[in-house]
Design a protein around this ligand. Sequence first.
Ligand code: GTP
Ligand code: MG
Length: 208
Amino acid sequence: MKVNSVEFVKSAIKPEQWPKDALPAVAFAGRSNVGKSSLINNLLNRRNVMRVSRTPGRTQLLNFVLLNKKMYVVDLPGYGYAKVPMSLKKQWGPMIGRYIAEADSLAAVVHILDIRHPPTKDDIALLDWLQELEKPTILVLTKADKLSNNQIAKSRKVMSDTLDLPTDAFTIYSSETGRGRDELWSRIDLAVEELRARKAEVAAPQAE
Ligand code: GTP
Ligand code: MG
């Protein structure tokens, strides 16, 4: 995807506030402070379209950005930072979960993990839930600039064993260096194409 225009549209939480046009959307989810907002900025070639912070919990609403006037990129608040342990559902589910479950033009959820740490219970709960919903999911291991190639290979293996997924299910990313950018774009482009195909199929079902 060539990034031509990037326009911050709005921050929202309630379904009434979600964009009403049926443009495809891709949402970015993951633990607090994992690097979601940084990754979106890197992907969109913009320094500050999303706010980045060292302090977890920076993103607190759903942030909608319109890309090339034809799709939405949605930055979601992170989960798993409460001092008191809480279930993913209680803390994060009712607000953001609703968007993921109900937004009808959501082409994919990009689920971001920190390449240095094994998946948390919350990460696994999110992944299970996305599978249950049959939401197309793109897995990304970010902050790869913090590890050597050897450590990256090891982490890929740990992730794939823990989550029971093939090793090539993960896109290795760094928002510092831009590593993985092209690969992630091709996965996103494919998901958007597949959503279009599904919608066309619903609009004009093939005669049996
Ligand atoms: P919340 O909105 O609080 O959920 O956080 P977030 O997931 O949006 O994380 P954010 O992008 O704000 O980044 C958190 C911290 O990680 C910041 O200090 C970033 O500079 C740093 N960071 C993010 N991505 C990378 C990366 O690829 N490499 C390195 N070295 N640091 C990164
Ligand atoms: Mg953020």
